[in-house]
Each structure stands twice: as structure tokens, then as C-alpha cells.
Design a protein around this ligand. Sequence first.
Ligand SMILES: Cc1cc2nc3c(=O)[nH]c(=O)nc-3n(C[C@H](O)[C@H](O)[C@H](O)COP(=O)(O)O)c2cc1C
Length: 178
Amino acid sequence: MELKEVLKTRRSVRRFSPTEVSREILLNIVNQALTAPSSRNMRTTRFIIVDDKPTLEKLAKMRDYGSEFMKDATAAIIVAADTTKTDLWRENCAISATILQLAVVDAGLASCWVHIGGRPRLKDNPEGEQAEEYIRTFIDIPADWSLECAIALGYSDYTPKPLPEHDDSGSIIWHTRE
Ligand SMILES: Cc1cc2nc3c(=O)[nH]c(=O)nc-3n(C[C@H](O)[C@H](O)[C@H](O)COP(=O)(O)O)c2cc1C
């Protein structure tokens, strides 16, 4: 698929068909995300590939808002970082996750970002257990990694509407030659 087509097609999808995604496809998607640029080429982003239902069901309970749909995803790729090499690991993660979501579209799949970093499990209890702490109770994750987000993915159960038109003129400033 051409990049323009990928950008036009990408939407956040939260309803998936039960068709499994092969491990070859999952690895191929991660390999494309590994092409992401990173600060001082420190390549700090790490990926945890999850494709078993019981773990997806547990991930769906990471927060009481915005993660429940993960129980019906076919797979999830947790985007994490080795935080020891640069203070810009979050930025590196976000770039990797975005490229990963574009690679998902190119593979004929769909996805949605579920945020983990700095998010509590319960919206009304921001000081309580964090989503990341909860995930560490059932996935073995090195202590010096931090979790940014999970990209829930699968074959879409429907054809999402194209991106709505926006008046983005206020988002752009031209500082021109004359
Ligand atoms: C940083 C970030 C965090 C997000 N967190 C969540 C989330 O926790 N749960 C969710 O369902 N969607 C989440 N999303 C998806 C956004 O809601 C979605 O991208 C936005 O509504 C625009 O829709 P679109 O992706 O279809 O263009 C997140 C997206 C980004 C970029």
C-alpha cells in the first residue's frame, strides 16, 4: 500500500473479527516499527508481543476506562522502553508506536492505542495502583523498562469511516520568505 493510502485508511479500531493473526505477520510488523528513528540512535524501544486470549483479557482490565475492548483483540503489542539510555525514551516510544500502527494498516489489519504510561487503573483514584504495576503482576518485564502503550490489533470487524474533514488551518503557522 502506498503511504498516502495507509495514512488515509488508518483509524482507531476497537472491534475485531476472531480471525487469528499469524506470528509471522506480528513479527513483520514489529520489524517495521524497529526502523523508527530514535534520539542519538539509542534504539530504546522494546516490544512485548501478546497473542494469547487469557493475557489479552487481563490487559483489558488494566484500566476502568478505554481498555476494555482489548478482550476482543486478536493480539496486542506493548510498546516499552529501556529507560537507562536517554531521557527521550518516551518520544522514541511514541514514534515507534506510530510506525507500528501504520505497519498494521499496511498488513491489512487495524489497531488502537491503549495508553499505559502514567495512567491509574481507576480513573477516580489517580494515586492508586497504576496500569503498569498491574501489568507487571502477570507479564515478566525487566525492571528498567517502562511501558508506554499497548497497540491492540486484529482484523477489523467492519470498514471504518474515512477520517472526518477537519478545519486544521489553526494548527499551522507559515513563517514564509516574504
Ligand atoms: C497518545 C494516545 C493515547 C490513546 N489512548 C487511548 C486509550 O487509552 N484508549 C482508546 O480506546 N483509544 C486511545 N487512543 C486512540 C484515540 O482515541 C484516537 O486516536 C483518536 O480518537 C482519533 O481517532 P482515529 O485514531 O480513528 O483517527 C489514544 C491515542 C493516542 C495517540
